[in-house]
Design a protein around this ligand. Sequence first.
Ligand code: AMP
Length: 286
Amino acid sequence: MEIIKTVREMQEISIEQKQKGKNIGFVPTMGYLHEGHLSLIRKAKEMSDIVITSIYVNPTQFAPNEDFSRYPRDFERDKELAEKAGSDFIFYPSDNEMYPNGFDTMVLVDTVTKKFEGEKRPTHFNGVATVVTKLFNAVMPNIAFFGQKDYQQTLVIKKLVEDLLFPISIYIVPTLRQSDGLAMSSRNVYLSTYERTRADIIYRTLITAKEAILKGEKRRKIINAIMLNSLRSEPLVKIDYASAADANDLSEPEEFNSGQLVVLLIAVYIGKTRLIDNMLVTIPQF
Ligand code: AMP
């Protein structure tokens, strides 16, 4: 496995691989890799000839009060894990390589970024859309892999690719969870031992709401209330949002229709750690 640190070299490698007729799969990450990331790399290996993983903690997607400087990093460990999972290259640019002095352009995906994560973190998706655009231009993949874990982000990326005509397919990989249901996340290391034992409330809440929907509940506010009540049963939780929305456009009708695909979205603090999760449910036809 090779480590590539400059955009120019990354582009040259990708062009060379494509000239050889190879299909390039790309897995963008912020590093501190866990099984969730590795499942993306394994899926990329399965679906492409060459896998490129990027490791870059992108400063523009963090607000000044967020955890950019203390975001966990361990490049040596990441290298080993990525290689074992099947990555052929790691793109590992510096901040100066990605945002040299004078950098002056941002990418804005408008409507789908207005609610939920976008409302709570107003500059976040501009940073995500900008860095993903740059990474796509550096790596030039045929197919890029993203986790369902960051559900709204997957909608943003799909819109970005569609609107800016990137010749790249987007593949969404299901969320990998710990045995108690907690979604794997680099941020889980922030949790104290006690907080970690309580963090399964997020998954249990999603399951409770899903079961209510499968039993016939279609009223959005009732579904939201079920999630809020469940989360409030855990004193460590501070709720940012817990909402059901249309899975395609995040619209919020009073009542969902039979057959409609709904996403249950949760963002909470457990102590000082902010965690997000989601679950897809189809409203039953009866
Ligand atoms: P991050 O390093 O947190 O930016 O994540 C990099 C990619 O891995 C994103 O596409 C995430 O959605 C995905 N990812 C993160 N956690 C998980 C998980 N538990 N299961 C599947 N994919 C994940």
